[in-house]
Design a protein around this ligand. Sequence first.
Ligand code: FDA
Length: 366
Amino acid sequence: MKYDYLIVGAGLFGAVFAQQAKQAGKTVLVIDKRSHLGGNVYTEEVEGIQVHRYGAHIFHTSDRKIWEYVQQFAVFNRYTNSPVARYKDEVYNLPFNMNTFYQMWGVKTPEEAKEKLKSQIREAAVCEPKNLEEQALSLVGKDIYEKLIRGYTEKQWGKRAKELPSFIIRRLPVRYTYDNNYFNDSYQGIPVGGYTRMVERMLDGVEIRLNTDYFQAREELDRLADRVVFTGMIDAYYGECYGKLDYRSLRFETEVMDTPNYQGNAVVNYTEYEVPYTRIIEHKHFEFGTQPKTVITREYPADWTGKEEPYYPINDERNNRLYEKYKALADQEDRVIFGGRLGMYRYYDMHQVIAEALESARKEFS
Ligand code: FDA
């Protein structure tokens, strides 16, 4: 059988493109080297709880079309991301808002909070930030930087804040309301029954081959279809002919706990450097679960050496320049479309990846 499209990767980009292709009357084969659908949004049921296997995934968007698009495949609950930060024995609400300022300094009104923040920034006395530490100090001053930013960021990047470039933190939004909602978007939630079920519905009626690595049978797979949608690593597609793109990785440690409620919140950030993980996710709180047990995941930032899962592209100057070289090759292809976070070497949230996939499909089918 010859297909119209071979789609490499059953993550969100691949699934949305496949759904649109099928709707346009095309024949599609989706392959993935993993043993499951969904890519990094994959969820799996443990103790009756949907466990986010590749880190916390909260869907959010301000684009009504994207929100309406995903409603076709799942009912979304009313989950609102409101993470909490633990620093030693102190607890703070995030993102930085009136609750955080009250917990940090005892200030109760927006005026008092603004004054306090201004005086902290003045005391830091940074004119031209030369590194991430100076940049953060110039934006929020010493207390917030030292308790809530420094350790967390150093763990994330595996480097001291003084060695990190200032561009990593461009802005640090502060909010002078008692509002712990992390996102500013109009729509937010978690698909009831998990992301995997949502992706299964997108791929309903589409032929899928799991445990199939494109590079293991490239020529044979290419022959199966007229066109290819590639959502794997763009440098790998070109045999790394210009060199390897860099990533940061993560390691997840998941544990079932014999208690109904371990930490009282889905996401707790550990902001001190001495605790080796950055976050603990308690999955049942994403879905207001009442099961007798709970499942938690500790998230450890990790270097990427080529063997680990490449989670975050490092969009610094060197890598962006390298990516542009690969993109120039990709632009010359007449039968291959590159998409998704690995194919486009960009950190995308879910709604952005869906928007990109819908746009690629629109160009292809209209
Ligand atoms: P994705 O990586 O999911 O899919 C690509 C697929 O291609 C994979 O399944 C892979 O196995 C497959 N593949 C690669 N090479 C292959 C090959 N050679 N042969 C066969 N298959 C191959 N977003 C958001 O909106 N809210 C959130 O809260 C979060 N949280 C979050 C946490 C963490 C820790 C991360 C890393 C990311 C998020 N995200 C997020 C982002 C979200 O995960 C992301 O937008 C989508 O998963 C991207 O979908 P893609 O299809 O681009 O890639």
